[in-house]
Design a protein around this ligand. Structure first.
Ligand code: GLU
Length: 299
């Protein structure tokens, strides 16, 4: 039997637990880097409507560092870690204030969850996070997740919100992850350089050839490129969750995707029975008391 992209798209109507990841570039005005309040308002309205349709929703929102750097008057995203963390500390608060205000207009309760790699690699924290998410979703809350950028240093950082959102999809047993960014999806080549580049509507298996065509560098606002999106798809798909990469230019696309419209690139789930989130965490060297320690989390 030939099952087409159209069939899989129609299937998206039945998704119940949905994680939406919004990149920094989708939340700010490109000309000024200032928060795009109208877009945030649109995002919140679409998410509240998903709740009204009986869906469970988790939002993974970037933007802490971007919003904070504007509030603190930095011209560019700072490189210095302490400055970046100061920006995140200011920006996360501002971002949550805006989200709370907007969700409140629709009487939707929202909450904040900030994670680091420790939340994933320590079994107890992983279970705790899972219980908290489940409880919040049971209570009808929309959890808003970000990395805890104010304390994350190299050794405890997840690094980008594409990966974070896939981890969240795995923790929550979500059935759909939507990554919204400033790109339409995956092409066979850079469409601005190669007019023969083809748009990929549906990916059924993630292999080296896919990584070969994922050379995107990302935008100046976030941290993820196409590679991190494919890494995210690997985690989400192995955990049993479909994933879509789509353009967050207009957040109505969330609703269109869930109604089965053929937009963005769909990565189909192929649940692995031996799925273990730790297998997706890169080994790392941690300096402890002046000594180098290798931490390899893979089973
Ligand atoms: N956690 C970062 C922030 O909120 C964003 C990371 C990312 O976009 O990948 O600014």
């Amino acid at each position: 039997m030939l099952i087409t992209n159209k069939y899989y798209r129609q299937n998206l109507k039945n998704k119940k637990r949905i994680v939406i990841k919004v990149g920094s570039s989708s939340l700010v005005h490109p000309e000024t880097g200032e928060t795009d309040l109208l877009k945030l308002e649109q995002l919140v309205r679409v998410l509240c409507d998903l709740r009204n349709q009986g869906k469970e929703v988790v939002l993974v929102s970037s933007g802490a560092i971007g919003v904070g750097r504007k509030a603190l008057g930095f011209e560019k995203r700072p490189e210095d870690i302490a400055q970046k963390q100061a920006c995140a500390s200011v920006g996360q608060g501002i971002l949550m204030m805006i989200y709370q205000k907007l969700f409140n207009e629709y009487s939707q309760v929202a909450s904040q969850i900030l994670m680091t790699k420790h939340t994933i690699v320590r079994e107890k924290s992983y279970q705790n996070a899972r219980n908290t998410f489940n409880e919040l979703l049971k209570l009808g809350v929309i959890p808003i997740v970000n990395e805890n950028d104010t304390v994350s240093t190299d050794e405890i950082e997840i690094g980008d919100n594409d990966t974070l959102s896939a981890v969240v999809a795995a923790i929550t047993n979500a059935d759909l992850l939507v990554l919204l960014s400033d790109i339409d999806g995956l092409y066979t080549d850079d469409p601005s350089l190669n007019k023969d580049a083809l748009f990929i509507e549906c990916v059924t298996a993630i292999d080296d050839s896919l990584y070969g065509i994922a050379k995107g560098a990302g935008s100046q606002y976030g941290t993820g490129g196409m590679k991190t999106k494919i890494d995210a798809a690997r985690i989400a798909n192995d955990a049993g969750c479909d994933m879509i990469i789509a353009n967050g230019r207009d957040f109505h696309i969330i609703d269109e995707l869930i109604k089965g419209q053929e937009k963005g690139t769909l990565f189909l789930a192929h649940k692995s029975d031996t799925f273990n989130i730790l297998d997706y965490i890169e080994p790392e060297i941690i300096i402890n008391g002046g000594k180098e320690e290798l931490h390899d989390y893979r089973s």
